[in-house]
Design a protein around this ligand. Structure first.
Ligand code: COA
Ligand code: AMP
Length: 635
């Protein structure tokens, strides 16, 4: 089929309101919008002003009411517990409604916050949907974050209830969640009224009297008694959730998602970008703690009447590099969405792709990759071994869905390796130089999006409207600054090359080097430090720390490194993957005192670098090179 991308993008350009107004017809509203777009509300306007709706109703109840109650909605596939559990739309609706009833009984009402700190279990998704049912605002915290990160989020979101579990399960290791939860609540100034705890067989935990409630007991009783709640109408502009993401400091940014625009954009994307039909199975092999998990494990597939796979396992090691093919076969998955790093891990373990032949992939049509740069070699390998289109697409927590891609549902256009495609309708993407001037095609610059952002774009940061303006809106007035650098070529293809801030991307996880520096600098023997992202063949990037000790400190570098690694693990979490800290006598700086992280990163990656004009003392770069050579980190 020839691609209808160009005409669809042109139709959006010609009439954005008409375009999104039509897309909104796919959603069931309690009250229709008085205006599709109101430019006078919020920082850049808002979508579907005046409308009321309910996300949970659109994800669950309406499919049941339409006679699809027996259709499969959720599949929990957990190689780490060796279980597979399936829920139809009717079963999922009953469970979510019972949970919403319980939450309401615990005092949760529209607008209240609920933190969800859960492993990859169905109850995590039920929790998100139950909040949506009540109009409560959830904030899911990734299970790989440590107590301190959880505490920061509890303090900022001030939840009434926290939904958590006794443990998470990583290959070969059970992670007790409860001590982390208790420590986080102890640390945070704001305390939740109640913690609803899912006890898991792998490791149960003690419950604190008066605060903790057993999930299975209370929700099970509500379910058995047929108790539930109605879907509460909320304004399209009301917040649906807060998702904290890495910023330039240790204080994460609470990205706010509104309700109406979110569901309109996701529903549109399921049909048009991913090319799925209701009743098919969609699998986002991510975690509910990331935006990919929010949009495409939970909301997108269910809005579209698709079944979604909640996978509690890894691409390799659970038990082998055939795991993805087994899941695709067993659940008749039509489209898989994951991060390139997962494919690099599979390719490393099974370079010839021989495990693919052991499985029946006849339902599988398309592989989608996002979350980090897809290296052409990985894409080529996946294309060749799977003999299916491999679609790279680019997006951010802030947008909630793809800014650029290749819409399979409209007929894909030719793929250029290394490019995550062209802008999606709604996104008017430009490349500007640092002074805000457009650059010619093929020239590297700052990637920006002309305001307004389309439906699902974040309207603000939770509790931080000033930071929202400063981080995203001020550098290029009239545009949203993505903090990605890249090019648009003469054919309109986008290429994402690097971040322009100190965010690094480790195994598809967005991490702040600034946050790691804050932790390292808190060590009593450290005077100053810098963390950069070093290129890594498997994870894309790995954090690499350099530190200077206080005068008079004479410590064994191996021991100190162990302490720093442990400190980052304890404060941020294992997910930071911080493993290397090198002692140096000085950090390279400009004469005004700015640490030259970019140059250090180039040295660590063995790339050519220009001597920065404003460098204070060029000899320090040699010292950095020597420190890396000492550890065989560069040749
Ligand atoms: N709870 C607790 N710990 C977790 C965790 C969780 N939910 N997720 C990861 N961790 C831990 C890991 O066990 C690991 O611990 P270790 O240092 O003790 O080994 C650490 O955090 C780093 O995790 P990760 O960077 O994911 O490395 P890995 O070796 O466990 O797995 C991949 C590597 C490539 C297999 C894995 O990152 C992956 O499957 N990525 C897929 C893509 C993805 O999820 N992207 C997210 C956004 S789309
Ligand atoms: P997150 O907010 O965690 O989804 O991370 C968003 C960041 O990941 C983007 O700003 C990019 O730097 C990077 N990213 C996401 N998708 C892609 C992609 N397809 N190609 C290159 N980088 C990507």
């Amino acid at each position: 089929m020839s691609s209808r991308y160009a005409e669809t993008y042109a139709a959006w350009q010609a009439d954005p309101q008409g375009f999104w107004g039509k897309a909104a017809e796919q959603i069931d509203w309690f009250t229709p919008a008085t205006s599709v777009f109101n430019p006078d509300i919020g920082v850049y306007g808002c979508w579907f002003d005046g409308a009321t709706c309910n996300t949970c109703y659109n994800c669950l109840d309406r499919h049941v009411e339409a006679g699809h109650g027996e259709r499969l909605a959720l599949i929990h596939d957990s190689p780490v517990t060796d279980t597979v559990v399936r829920f139809t739309f009717a079963e999922a609706t009953a469970r979510v409604s019972a949970l919403a009833h319980v939450l309401r009984g615990l005092g949760v009402e529209k607008g209240d916050r609920v933190i969800i700190y859960m492993p990859m279990v169905p109850e995590a998704v039920f929790g998100m949907l139950a909040c949506a049912r009540l109009g409560a605002i959830h904030s899911v915290v990734f299970g790989g974050f440590a107590a301190n990160e959880l505490a920061t989020r509890i303090e900022d979101a001030a939840p009434k209830v926290i939904l958590s579990a006794s443990c998470g399960i990583e290959p070969g290791r059970v992670i007790a969640y409860k001590p982390l939860l208790d420590e986080a609540i102890e640390t945070a100034a704001q305390k939740p009224d109640t913690c609803l705890i899912l006890q898991r067989d792998a490791l149960t935990c003690d419950l604190i009297d008066g605060r903790d409630v057993d999930y299975a007991d209370i929700v099970g009783s509500a379910l058995a008694a047929g108790q539930g709640t109605e879907c509460v109408p909320v304004a399209a502009t009301d917040p649906a959730y807060i998702l904290y993401t890495s910023g330039t400091t240790g204080q994460p940014k609470g990205v706010v998602r509104d309700t109406g625009g979110h569901i309109v954009a996701l529903k549109w994307s399921m049909a048009h970008h991913y090319g799925l039909k209701p009743g098919e199975v969609f699998w986002a092999a991510s975690d509910v703690g990331w935006v990919v998990g929010h949009s495409y494990i939970c909301y997108g597939p269910l809005l579209h009447g698709c079944a979604t796979v909640i996978y509690e396992g890894k691409p390799v090691g659970t038990p082998d590099a055939g795991a993805f093919w087994r899941v695709i076969q067993d659940h008749k998955v039509a489209a898989l969405f994951t991060a390139p790093t997962a494919f690099r891990a599979i390719r490393k373990a099974d370079p010839t792709g021989k495990l693919i032949d052991d499985y029946d992939l006849s339902y599988f049509r398309t592989l989608f990759l996002a979350g980090e740069r897809s290296d052409p070699a990985t894409i080529q390998w996946a294309q060749e071994k799977l003999d299916r289109p491999v679609i790279d697409h680019w997006w951010q927590t802030e947008t909630g869905w793809a800014m650029s891609g290749n819409p399979v549902g409209l007929g894909a256009f030719p793929i250029k390796l290394g490019s995550p495609g062209k802008p999606m309708p709604g996104y008017n993407i430009h490349v500007l130089d640092d002074a805000g001037n457009p650059v010619p095609p093929g020239t590297l610059g700052n990637i920006v999006c002309k305001l307004p952002l389309p439906p699902s774009g974040f309207p603000t940061l939770w509790n931080a409207p000033e930071r929202f303006l400063k981080s995203y809106m001020e550098d290029f007035p009239g545009y949203y600054a993505t903090s990605d650098a890249g090019i648009i070529d003469e054919d309109g293809y986008i290429f994402i090359m690097a971040r322009t801030d100190d965010i690094i991307n480790v195994a598809g996880h967005r991490l702040s080097t600034g946050a790691m520096e804050e932790v390292i600098a808190s060590h009593p023997e450290i005077a100053e430090c810098a963390v950069v992202g070093k290129a890594d063949a498997l994870k894309g990037q790995m954090p690499l720390g350099f530190y200077v000790t206080n005068d008079g400190v004479a410590r064994n570098a191996t021991e100190l490194e162990k302490e720093l690694v442990q400190l980052v693990r304890a404060k941020i979490g294992a997910v930071a993957a911080f493993k290397t800290a090198l002692p140096v006598l000085r950090l390279p700086k400009t004469r005004s005192g700015k640490v030259l992280r970019g140059t250090m990163q180039k040295i660590a990656d063995g790339e050519h670098y220009k001597m920065p004009a404003a460098i204070d003392d060029p000899a320090i770069l040699t010292e950095i090179t020597d420190a890396l050579k000492m550890r065989n980190l560069i040749g």
